[in-house]
Design a binder for this molecule. Structure first.
Ligand code: ADP
Ligand code: ZN
Length: 712
């Protein structure tokens, strides 16, 4: 039931009144009285008798279709077991808003009026005959079809029983009739497809450089499964669910697709989900939670850009879509394909150990070359560069634009927010509720906390020393955009970041405009690094290649390598040759050097050495325990208690901490962290489950457990 209180994770019994008996089915939602409120819950079981006396009655059944299929019901229990989250949160996370158990649900089906022609032999006026003529070869007409007919005539026809009007349920998203087309696969792509179709292994890892045609391989695999009557799910990181990618799938499979991603309205998601529930589509494309799509006859789950952090949910239940995909594949005798140009170390290691079927696509389609990458040592550019642009990058941008080709510029924002500092006392302006610096948004002149949303007007008076000395020191995309306009006065720039893409459809507008050639430069954050395919882009520049190296996380080198490799892959994707420039203060760093050489293997080997030395994944598994409280002393005391218990019962586990979490204070709550490292610990879940249950009953302290955390 929709109770968020952490101490109530129970199943409740209710009586089914006679009138609802025929509608009650396991997996549907019902409204029930609870205390003095009314709540929504899922039907999990139907019993003949109950151990509970004085049962209250179910009030209403909300669904026509079963929402939680048998498979999802079981999957929810598996999620609970593996994440230690509450069962209700495991079910809620699987469903789009319109199908969640919630009394406040305001998502509704959409209807339209349609008109049918009745048989009749009445005498009609000539205008009425005109309307009837519109029905030739059509059994029904919409308001749109009848837009030239006056309302008066329509109403008269209905009143005289010549026309009949009905409300018809419709889907908000309908695909325009796109001409279907497919590409002939290259022989390398064909080999790949055959290999994956024939493997005995549940999971295949498709390691293919950027532009090697992985997406075409996915589509061919889906088509092969369709021939066998089996359905597919395609997972893509939110950020690469670009209009371009969706278009390619639509061109191949038309309206046989349901889309699930955050760019859709709640109503649209509700409708797309209904297409799945009603068995009307064979393919689901979406971000993380689409892995739960209740497709029948599931044959294939594809996870594109499988190295992406976005597959891990960072609140309860903290599941990883890859694990769920593998679980579903095993249960359904289906297959999983993980695809990436830069697989996570954990994934590639499993490929090398033959746990996964490793398939490689080492060349780009049609002999196209990977772009040449040049490192620009920014230490040597000090005093020569204009703003954040080195002379070599400026020259190359000018040349590219003279050839009437296009440029993508990446500002690596990870670990590099634009903060405000006082030049008098040196104080950085922080959020009053959280232990992090506020980010400056120039267009609205506001300082904002990206954790709790706290916002305040930017004022040059320092809140600490009260001197008028606050300065915006960090660099945001807005600042770089200004610099571009100064250095290249006659150039058109499009900016793509959180601010310019927050409105619905804004992302697509920017992509379309750039594809049409409306701008010379596309400037953006991580968003420009993934999934985009512009044939006319021949130069990619990275303003600051190394900022993400500085983050205190054991994956920071891997993330830097991934990002640089991905963004480099945006250049030279057509016949035209591409060039890439990384501006860096660390030209000798192995993540940057290997990204420059596009040398995944060398990076992999080097990084594996570090991981072994430091006892990190894939050599060790990690669990992070977060103990939090409004009272910082209490949080510390309780985290020490957790440490003692772990020491006592987890004999083969290394325990680090407790130490203040990387963000110590969030929304006035203090966080301490314990890290567990283990290779084999059979009672791990058992011990942690007890610990979670213990803290669930305590109000002032919270314990969160994160298995295989993606951020430390
Ligand atoms: P990846 O997903 O590996 O980055 P894509 O599937 O996006 O690669 O392919 C890169 C480019 O090559 C795209 O423009 C795509 O349309 C084109 N392409 C892929 N396969 C073929 C093929 N068999 N024939 C012609 N063009 C192809
Ligand atoms: Zn805050």
């Amino acid at each position: 039931m929709e109770i968020t209180s952490k101490s109530v994770d129970k199943v409740f019994d209710y009586l089914v009144p006679k009138s609802l008996e025929s509608l009650i089915k396991i997996g549907k939602r019902v409204t029930v009285p609870f205390g003095n409120r009314e709540l929504v819950g899922f039907i999990l079981e139907i019993k003949k008798v109950s151990d509970v006396d004085n049962l209250k009655e179910v009030k209403d059944v909300l669904d026509e279709e079963v929402i939680l299929t048998k498979e999802l019901l079981e999957l929810g229990k598996y999620l609970k077991k593996t994440t230690l989250a509450s069962l209700i949160s495991c079910y809620q996370v699987m469903l789009p808003k319109g199908y969640k158990a919630s009394i406040k649900n305001s998502v509704n089906k959409k209807y339209r009026k349609v008109y049918y022609l009745n048989n009749c032999d009445k005498k009609l006026t000539s205008k009425q005959q005109d309307v009837v003529a519109l029905f030739t070869n059509k059994d029904k007409l919409t308001k749109e079809d009848l837009k030239n007919v006056s309302t008066f005539i329509l109403n008269t026809l209905v009143k005289n029983n010549i026309l009949r009007v009905c409300e018809e349920e419709i889907y908000r998203l309908d695909y325009d009739n796109i001409k279907k087309q497919k590409k002939e696969l290259t022989s390398l792509q064909q080999e790949c497809v055959a290999n994956i179709l024939n493997t005995e292994k549940t999971v295949s890892l498709l390691y293919g450089v950027t532009g090697s045609g992985k997406t075409e391989v996915y589509m061919e695999l889906i088509a092969e499964y369709l021939k066998k009557g089996l359905k597919s799910i395609v997972l893509v990181p939110e950020i690469s669910l670009t209009p371009q990618l969706i278009r390619r799938f639509e061109e191949r499979f038309g309206s046989n697709i349901a889309l699930l991603h955050s760019g859709l309205s709640d109503g649209e998601k509700y409708d797309e989900y209904r297409k799945i529930v009603r068995d009307e589509v064979d393919i689901v494309i979406g971000a993380r939670s689409a892995v739960f799509a209740p497709l029948k006859n599931l044959g294939l789950i594809i996870i594109d850009e499988c190295h992406s952090d976005s597959y891990k949910q960072d609140n309860n239940p903290r599941y990883n879509a890859k694990d769920v995909a593998i679980k579903r594949a095993l249960d359904n005798k289906a297959k999983v394909v993980l695809g990436s140009a830069t697989p996570m170390l954990e994934e590639y290691a499993r490929g090398l150990k033959n746990v996964f079927n490793l398939v490689s696509l080492k060349k780009r389609v049609n002999g196209r070359k990977l772009p040449e990458v040049e490192l620009i040592d920014m230490n040597k550019e000090i005093g020569k560069s204009k703003g954040h642009f080195s002379m070599p990058l400026i020259e190359e941008i000018n040349k590219t634009i003279e050839r009437e080709e296009q440029v993508i510029l990446l500002l690596n924002r990870r670990g590099y927010s634009s903060f405000v500092t006082c030049s008098n006392c040196g104080e950085t302006v922080k959020c009053p509720n959280c232990d992090i610096t506020l980010t400056y948004h120039k267009s609205s002149n506001i300082l904002r906390c990206h954790y709790c949303g706290y916002a305040t007007k930017y004022d040059i008076t320092c809140p600490m020393c009260h001197e008028k000395s606050l300065k915006d020191l960090g660099v945001g995309t807005e600042k770089i955009e200004e610099e571009i306009k100064e250095i290249f006065p006659n150039i058109k720039v499009l900016r793509m970041d959180v601010d310019t893409t927050s409105r619905k459809g804004a992302h697509k507008k920017i992509v379309d405009a750039f594809a049409k050639g409306d701008a010379n430069i596309l400037l953006g954050t991580q968003m420009v690094a993934k999934g985009l395919d512009f044939p006319n882009v021949t130069l990619v520049g990275v303003i600051n290649a190394d900022t993400s190296l500085m983050l205190p996380d054991f994956r920071s080198s891997e993330r830097t390598f991934d990002l640089l490799s991905q963004v480099a892959g945006r250049a030279g994707r057509s016949e035209k040759k591409g060039k890439v420039m990384f501006q860096t203060f660390n030209p000798d760093n192995y993540a940057i050097k290997n990204a420059k050489d596009n040398d995944y293997m060398t990076f992999y080997k080097e990084e594996m050495k570090n991981r072994r030395l430091m006892k990190y994944p894939p050599y060790y598994y990690l669990v992070s325990l977060n103990v939090s409280s409004k009272d910082s002393k209490l949080a510390l005391i309780e985290s020490k208690k957790c440490e003692k218990i772990c020491h006592k019962y987890l004999d083969k586990t290394i325990i680090l901490g407790p130490s203040p979490a990387s963000i110590f204070k969030k929304q006035n709550i203090y966080y301490y962290q314990l890290i567990l490292k283990y290779q084999y610990q059979d009672n791990l879940y058992e011990v942690l489950e007890k610990l979670v249950a213990y803290y669930a009953a305590i109000n002032k302290v919270n314990l969160e457990v994160d298995f295989n955390p993606i951020h430390l």
